[in-house]
Structure formats: structure tokens, C-alpha cells
Design a protein around this ligand. Sequence first.
Ligand code: GUN
Ligand code: ZN
Length: 473
Amino acid sequence: MSHPMSTARVYRAHIFHIAGSPTQGSAAANLASIPDGALVVDDSGRVAWTGPFADLPAQWADSPVTRADYLLPGFIDAHIHYPQAYATAAHGGGQLLEWLDHCIFPTEGQYADPDFADRAARYFTRRRLAAGSTAAMVFGSAFPVAQDALYRHTLAAGLRVVSGRGVQTVGPATASALITGESEAIDLVADEIDRWHAVDTGDPRTARIQVGIVPRFSLSVTPTTLAAMGELYEEVRGRGVYFHSHLNENNRPGDGEIAAVLGTYGVDTYLDTYDGLFLPGSRRGGASLLGRRSVLAHGVHSQDSELARMADTGTSIAHCPTSQLFLGSGTMPWRRTLDAGVTVALGTDIGAGDEWLISRVAGDCYKVHISEDGESGIALHPAELLYAATLAGARALDMEHAFGNLDTGKDADFLLIDKDLWEPLHGMLTMGIRSDDEDEATLEELFTLLVGLRQPAIREVYVQGRRAVAPPL
Ligand code: GUN
Ligand code: ZN
């Protein structure tokens, strides 16, 4: 008998998730697969129970049941650009710096217009919802009006977001619309934090809306900006504010991003510029921006000392293999980065990434790392892909206590997937060859589900037990 006042709901499907709190390397040991599983969501939107449907405790025997083929934790996109929502698959005429100049700075300038920004925020929210990204670290627009639209629509849709206006205080002529003065840049960030950080609950451990300090990259700011950001971060770190930027993405010799950073600042490593050591010779010029709530995109060409410093400070990498293919950036060395102890989550990096679905990014992750040279090459385990797409993202966002898997007591953030909604997925899952060994067959099924999944098969998306709703077009 269910409690008369209870509004608990049961979701019945093949459930996959990474239980507990493993590292990437031990994800396989924590893979939970419950073929005819039940997830019970209580009135507060938390996971009350998971297990075989046949073992559903009597207290929920009368609760309404929703069925699907598969149930996965919500995907977590650890790096996606909101002001590049319309700039996927844009022909940029070169690698990172050319593409920024040619496609991205002009695109992002459009967000100054409130009507454009509102439409773009609705589009962005619809796209990430369709892709099942329940939580996302969203690289923001330079314009407060556009950031307001993003938070407003995310809140109404019932999704999670961490964002922050993209800060630029220096740059080429093509970026002029995005550039502000030094003190205005900091004032706008502080204002965004005050107006939006944890606005929904007042507590960064439970909030769905959170804010970060987000310089585009070291080349778009100055030592003065970095010093002021360090000062601001000292003030707001305790409130759970994030730091987000790009790191070591493009190493074209001579004039690529990394060469330009090292040349401009006269530092030993790119990471030093975010670590307060941005004066020539990597001397200290301000406070560090690294920490448990700091996420840096790419980390393709990091030095060992940078990886060690990220691991020490709890700074995570958002790995974006789809984007790295698009911009010819190379790929983050998988084994070396993980062996250094750095948390690696996945990011679409829309619009350098041309794919919104994190499981497709996981598929690209598989492809690029099996293609790494010699000893570095690795065929990632299906559980590692699921981990990277879900729990690793929650850890990178320092929100593992709240979501990332379906452990009892966590918020019920999950996806319902029906294979019939995407014929190729149905074909692969029902007609594909499977091992006679049951455990092996389960892993094969998970791999096919993740790599073969496409957006139409994501039927419903839930955050905190409530179905997320798309904003109007
Ligand atoms: N580095 C600085 N800005 C950007 C950006 O918008 N996208 C990517 N991929 N890298 C960057
Ligand atoms: Zn990016």
C-alpha cells in the first residue's frame, strides 16, 4: 500500500548507472545494470529506491508506473557555449584563432540585441534539453541581457545551469563588440553573481542555477583583469562560485594559442596565468583561480606540472573530442591525464563541437583514444564512457552529492529512452550480435546504447523528479 499522501512514482526500464563514487579507472567495477529495473522517485524529487522491478518494496506497489526501454542518469555537458548556439558547423577557414576571428566573435556580437538573445536562449535551452543534458557548464555571453535570458529560460524549463558572462578586456577588432573596460568587466561579473548565483534555493549545494567567473581565455584578458578576477574570486569562492575557461587547446607552432599565451605573458605554463602566476617568469601577480569549482576546457597539450597542479587543486578538465576534431586541435592524452589524477568530464564545446549529444561526444572520445599512438592508445570500457558522460561531470561541477548517478537520496535527474524512436538504434539493439556471456553481452548493449543513441530516442528528461519542459520556439 502506498502512503495516501505519497506522490511517489515508479519508472520501469533497463537501468544503467555508475553507482557509488568511483574514479574513472574503477568505473567498470561500479557499473549497475538492472535489466527490468525500477527507479522510485519520492515527492521531493529524490531517488527513494532502485532495484529489480520484481523486488519493488510493497510501500510503492500502488504507485503509478511509467515504462521505457532504458533509463540513464542525465547527461552532464561540462563545456558548451551558449552564444555559439547557431554557430555549429560554421566554416572557419582555419584552426582555433582563425575560426574565432572569422565565425565566433561576429556571431557572439548578435547577442547584444535583447530579442535575438531571448530567441537564442530558448533555442539553446531546447537543444540541450533534447540532448538530455540535465546539467551543464555553460560558457556565457558577454551581454548581461543575454545571460538574464539564459537563466530565465533554464529556470522555467527546470534544467540546471552553471554559467557566467564571457569576459574579454582585450582582443582583435572582430571582437570589439564583446570587449569592455577592465573595471566594467569585473562589475558586470559581480553583478551577475549577486543577481543569479543560487537564486533558486539560496544554497550552492542545492541550487539549479549557479554562476562562475568566465574569462574567454588568457589571450582575451590582461594581467590587470586576471588580478581583479583573483580578488573577486577570493571574495566569492566561499559562496560556491565557479571558475571556467579554456586551457592548452591549440599548439600550432609559432602563432597558435599556446605559443601566443606563453609569448604574451612570458610565463612557463599556460595554467600559470589562471593560477595567479601571470607576471613574466611566472611570478605571482594575484590570487589563484583554481579549485574544486574550476573547470578548464580541453587540456590537450598540458605539461606534467600543469596536470599535477590541476590534480592538487581539484581543478577539472572538460574534454571535448568532437570540437578537437573540428578545429584540428589534437586530442587530450587520455592515460596521461587520468594517471595524473585529474577529473575528466565531457563537453560538447558547441559550436566548435558540432554535436549537442554528450553520448555522441563519448563516442568520439572512444574513437580518438583508440587512435592514440602506441602505448597511449586505449579502447575505453563502456562503463568508463557512461562515467565520463554522467558522474565525472557531476564531480567536475562539485555537485556529486546531488546528481550524476541514481544512488538513493540523490536528486532524480534521469532520461527515458525508447529505441523505437530511432530506427537505427532499434536495429542495433535488437538485431546486433551479442556475446553468449551475459556480463559481456550487457557491456555490448551499453556500448551500443551510448554510441548508437541519437536525440529522437530520448523521450523524456527529468531533473529533481520533474519532467523538464522545452521553452517555446
Ligand atoms: N578558446 C577561446 N575561445 C574559445 C571558443 O569560443 N571555443 C573554443 N573551442 N576555444 C576557445
Ligand atoms: Zn570552448
